[in-house]
Design a protein around this ligand. Structure first.
Ligand code: DAH
Length: 363
């Protein structure tokens, strides 16, 4: 027989231990110590069998009451610990949904407007059935000038502000091509007519101001077959400029000009309106020079192994940087080459804005 004060002490001891348990494992140890098979309360209950019926009648309810209260305290503590553990986890795993979403690298990167315009121009000409040809940046005098009907010592050569390399052993000097026109000569020489291609690429001249940089970009076009005439040239340029500037009413003006490799030669202006710094293509009363073109000179065909009695055609050349500046309102050409990230973020294009005629060139 255990007296009441001993039961009270036992209850107090376990109640304190339950309250002190800081995790579920410790709490389980306390439960085992009290109510497990060999627990102290369980041991006392085992003793009931050896008692007299009177003693059992008194002790039975006391021990059962103790057991129930301890079980209750254990359960309460267990759920309190569970809740605390959940609270702690929620606190550490907290996500602040008010934070701005961080852009992925794909969204932060920008396509340079020149690359974009390059792709736009190629998309338009490819749609019209033009192939794309390339030539080297370092050229010979022959391809850059002679084959294109620039006579030796002709002043047109000087107009090009050419960067020359040191003369080689035979006295000939390589140069940085001053225009993309040499690709006309190279491609005609290497193939057979008919030809219909554009040749975009880097070009170089010793010149630098707001609208000139020593390295810039041009796109050349050449169409040669038996019947190509100036009507085709005009249509091609109109279609191109309409698609490029994304305005329906592009109006062109052809002015007589001179290039050694074309006869007749023309410079083409587009109608535009100047509103302060802004230039609007296709409206207004102003004209803006945009490209050079003409019917390919018979001498050029001859120089490149094409029979001028049988074949004829047109050529044109255009500054890519220039049309990029016009289309996207970029005031200073030099900024194209300065790699200023702030400028690129402002004028650049998202990586997935791939220009297509169907999807919109610059949307
Ligand atoms: N090559 C000329 C230049 O750089 C541009 C040009 C004019 C190209 C007329 C042509 C053309 O093909 O027909 O100034």
């Amino acid at each position: 027989m255990t007296d009441q004060s001993e039961l009270d002490r036992l209850e107090a001891e376990f109640t304190t231990a339950i309250g002190d348990a800081l995790d579920e494992a410790t709490l389980e140890d306390v439960r085992i110590a009290a109510l497990g098979k060999k627990g102290r309360v369980s041991e006392l209950m085992k003793g009931l069998g050896k008692m007299t019926p009177e003693e059992r009648k008194e002790m039975g309810p006391k021990l059962n009451g103790l057991k129930d209260r301890l079980n209750e305290a254990l359960a309460a503590r267990k759920s309190a610990l569970k809740e605390a553990a959940l609270e702690a986890r929620l606190a550490t795993e907290k996500v602040d949904v008010t934070l701005p979403v961080r852009d992925s690298a794909l969204e932060q990167g920008r396509i340079h407007p020149l690359s974009q315009v390059y792709d736009e121009v190629i998309a338009i000409f490819a749609d019209m059935g033009f192939a794309v040809e390339q030539g080297p940046d370092i050229e010979t005098d022959r391809y850059n000038f002679t084959a294109l009907n620039f006579p030796e010592g002709h002043p047109a050569r000087e107009m090009h502000d050419t960067f020359y390399f040191e003369p080689g052993e035979d006295g000939s000097r390589l140069l940085l091509r001053t225009h993309t026109s040499p690709v006309q000569a190279r491609t005609m020489e290497a193939g057979k007519p008919p030809f219909r291609f554009v040749a975009p690429g880097r070009t170089y001249r010793c010149d630098s101001d707001q609208t000139h940089t020593p390295q810039f970009h041009q796109i050349e076009g050449l169409v040669i077959d038996e019947e190509t005439h100036m009507g085709h040239l005009k249509w091609t340029l109109e279609e191109f400029l309409r698609a490029f500037f994304e305005v329906e009413g592009v109006e062109l003006r052809f002015r007589p000009s001179f290039f050694p490799f074309t006869e007749p030669s023309m410079e083409v202006d587009v109608r535009c309106a100047r509103l302060g710094n802004e230039i609007r293509i296709g409206e207004g009363d102003d004209w803006l020079e945009i490209l050079g073109c003409g019917m390919v000179h018979p001498n050029v065909l001859k120089n490149c192994g094409v029979d001028p009695e049988k074949y004829q055609g047109f050529a044109f050349g255009m500054g890519i940087d220039r049309i990029a500046m016009l289309k996207y309102g970029i005031p200073d050409l030099r900024a194209f080459f300065e790699s200023d990230l702030r400028w690129l973020r402002h004028y650049g294009f998202a990586a997935l804005d791939v220009p297509t005629l169907a999807g919109g060139l610059s949307s």
